[in-house]
Design a protein around this ligand. Structure first.
Ligand code: PMP
Length: 287
C-alpha cells in the first residue's frame, strides 16, 4: 500500500504528489525541515519542533505556512492515515515556486511557500539494535555553512560525512571546527567525564536539538551535572562515555572515536540511563 502524503493542504497517494521544478527548495535548497518522531501513534515533542520550525522560518524571512493547530492536526492526520505506530513525520517548507530561477527572494504575497509532509514507519525506534551495541564515529572537518542553528535542507555535507563514516566502518561522523567538536552529522554530541555530561553550548555553530533540550532537562532532574562547553576529539577519546541525541535515535551511545575505545568500549551507564528516562518521559508526554 502506498503512503498518503501531504502537499499544500491536500492528502494524496505518494505517486500523485508533485512539486514544481522551479520550486526554490529544489533549485536553491531554500527550505527548512523538521522531523518529529512517533511512538505508539503519538507525537514526541511536537511543540518543540513547531517552535524550532517557526524560528528557522523567521531567520530566513519565510512565512509560516499554516497555523500551529493546523500543523498539529495535519501531523496527526498523516499518522492516522498511514497507520504509523512507531516512526516519524517529516515536514518541509520551501520558499515556493516564483516561476523563474532568480537569486532574489520572491514576494511571499505572490509566491506562497510549499509545505510537504510524509511519514516513515520505524518499528524498531525504541528497540533499536544499535542502541544496545553503541556506534563508532570518525571525525571530519566541519565544512558546513555557518548558520547551523537554522534547520535547512542543505544536507549535502552531512550526507558526505555519513558516507565517509560508512566507508570507515563507522556509524556516524563528528564534525570538528577550530579543534572542537560541533556536533554529529545529524545529532548533537556529548561526552561524560567523572559523572558530568559535557556538550557544546547553543550558538549558530550547532542545531538546537529538541532532544538535546529534553535530555539536558532530564539530566538536571536526575541530579546529573551538565557542563555546556566545547570539547576536543582528544578529550572525547579520554572520556568515560560518549553519546549522541536526535529525534529519531533518542540517546545513542558512542563506543569508539577515530578508532580509540571510549571508556570500556561498551554503552555507558549515563547514556543508558538517559535513554531509558528519555523514552519513558517522552511516552508519557506524547500527544
Ligand atoms: N544536529 C544536527 C546537525 C541534526 O541534523 C539534528 C537532527 N535533525 C540534530 C542535531 C538533533 O536535533 P533533534 O534532537 O531536534 O532531532
Amino acid at each position: 500500500m502506498s503512503r498518503i502524503v501531504y502537499v499544500n493542504g491536500e492528502y494524496m497517494p505518494e505517486e500523485d504528489a508533485t512539486v514544481s521544478i522551479f520550486d526554490r527548495g529544489f533549485l536553491m535548497a531554500d527550505g527548512v525541515y523538521e522531523v518529529t518522531s512517533v511512538l505508539g501513534g503519538k507525537l514526541i515533542d511536537f511543540d518543540g519542533h513547531a517552535a524550532r520550525l517557526a524560528r528557522s522560518l523567521a531567520e530566513l524571512d519565510m512565512a509560516q505556512p499554516i497555523a500551529h493547530e493546523a500543523l498539529l492536526a495535519a501531523h496527526r492526520d498523516l499518522v492516522a492515515k498511514n497507520g504509523i505506530d512507531n516512526g516519524l513525520v517529516y515536514l518541509q517548507v520551501t520558499r515556493g515556486n516564483p516561476g523563474d530561477r532568480d537569486f532574489a527572494f520572491p514576494d511571499p504575497q505572490t509566491t506562497p511557500g510549499t509545505l510537504v509532509m510524509f511519514t516513515q514507519s520505524k518499528p524498531d525506534l525504541i528497540d533499536n539494535p544499535t542502541a544496545a551495541t553503541g556506534i563508532k564515529v570518525i571525525s571530519i572537518p566541519d565544512q558546513r555553512w555557518a548558520r547551523r542553528d537554522i534547520k535547512t535542507v542543505q544536507l549535502l555535507y552531512p550526507s558526505m560525512g555519513k558516507m565517509a563514516a560508512k566507508a570507515a566502518g563507522a556509524g556516524d561522523a563528528w564534525l570538528v571546527e577550530d579543534g572542537h567538536v560541533t556536533e554529529g552529522t545529524s545529532n548533537n554530541a556529548y561526552i561524560v567525564k567523572n559523572g558530568t555530561i559535557i556538550t557544546r553550548e547553543l550558538s549558530s555553530d550547532i542545531l538546537h536539538g529538541i532532544t538535546r533540550a529534553a535530555v539536558l532537562r532530564f539530566a538536571a532532574e536526575a541530579q546529573v551535572a551538565v557542563e555546556e562547553r566545547p570539547f576536543s576529539i582528544d578529550e572525547a577519546q579520554a572520556a568515560d562515555e560518549a553519546f549522541v541525541t536526535s529525534a529519531t535515535t533518542f540517546v545513542l551511545p558512542v563506543i569508539e572515536i577515530d578508532g580509540a575505545r571510549v571508556g570500556t568500549g561498551t554503552p555507558g551507564p549515563v547514556a543508558r540511563r538517559l535513554r531509558a528516562i528519555y523514552i519513558e518521559e517522552s511516552l508519557k508526554a506524547a500527544i
